[in-house]
Design a protein around this ligand. Sequence first.
Ligand code: SF4
Length: 476
Amino acid sequence: MCGFVGMVGDRDVAPVLVVGLQAIQHRGQDAAGLGTKDGTRFHCVKDLGLIGQAIPPDAVPRMAGRAGIAHVRYPTAGSVSTAEDAQPFVTRRPGILLAHNGNVTNLPELADQLREQGTTVLSQCDAESILLVLAHELAALRPAGHTCDDLVSAVRRVFARVRGAYSVVAVLDVDGKESLVAFRDPHGIRPGVYGTDGAGQWMAASESVALDVTGFRKVDDLPPGEIVVMRSGEEPLRIPVAPASPRPCIFERIYFARPDSIMEDGRVNRMRWILGRAVARRWAAKGLEADVVVAVPDTSRPAAMAIAEELGIKNREGFIKNRYTGRTFIMPDAASRTAALRLKLNPIREIFEGRRVILVDDSIVRGTTMRRIVEMLRELHPAAIHLISFAPAVRHPCYYGIDMPSHDELVAAAWPKDEVEERLAAQLGVDSLTYLSLPALRKVAGDAICDACFSGEYVVPVSAEERAAILRDRRA
Ligand code: SF4
């Protein structure tokens, strides 16, 4: 998972890009970068760490350029991150600045193809491969002076050669004009939006919150299978390249995205609320009783409120969160996730002591975080802990950009489907566990989604060889 913000305008874009990027820091905490195009020159600064560490504030005013890209990275390709793996990436021939969000599933195949074409991939980041393929396809048409038709042909070739899930932003000259180009794979698995400030400047971003905080207004989602070409002072060009078959990631709306984001024309907060109501009905049908509903902060709050409302039970804040530690799920190794959790959540004794508590979480992936939370809560002697996940059981790996690549790491994959609630409740030490059902999720979100981590129905086929390579990479 990663986040990008791209902009083209009539003044230096770097300061605005950094503000927009801060709104999506939750999408990646491993590395960050900023690149601008200043006439024929590119400026780029990137490093490991949070935005403030990777992009020194004093570097920003020196980065001239009326088009640029900022990026936060959470690695899904490349197990040991280095500053070279941070995005954006630049090519010289032709001059392109590029970043993406997603996961390319056929990286070894692309590396072989590129090697045969005389190009070596230097980093472990899949964005570099997308950039090199795009650059190669453009250069094959002509060395410079690329037109919009060239771009369409080159992106068509990218769609044919690059498999997986990717939302891409790039800055390059097209038709002799400085252009911000965005394209999204035909399934639109990873999110992306574009918008305007109403005065001729354009922005593309992973989430609409980046537009909100910079005074831009969302125009639309980046259309799957299309290119959007944005230029200062002009209306954007939307060019279909491949037949679209939208299947956006539902886990974005359950877990990753900020609740104030608008994604695929729906408010993330509202989706979490409706899923909360749906799972509350399933919980009530079990004939259980409780005194209080408590969210595991922050993602679960809207669902917890909805569950409380549906069941007619009080909703209370039960945890104080230390906001100065990282998000545990997206820290890259198990040891740092465990240490971070101890620092991060402190329960409020009187909320739990002697009470029958419904604890609400977005999902249970590895189960390690929840086990530790339950251990912490048992010390406060609640009368009962009923755990609700407002997502279905995560039983299958994600190959499209979320860090859960192997069955062994998925705690709910250990048992047959109809035994998961009971067996996992016992393992986690809770009195009951209730998941949202997959049919209930599809009833709310529709069938045109990616829900492969719940259903095992993969939108983009991933061969056994590709799965093994992804797994090897994560375990290296
Ligand atoms: S498999 Fe799950 S996490 Fe991955 S893209 Fe699909 S819905 Fe999202």
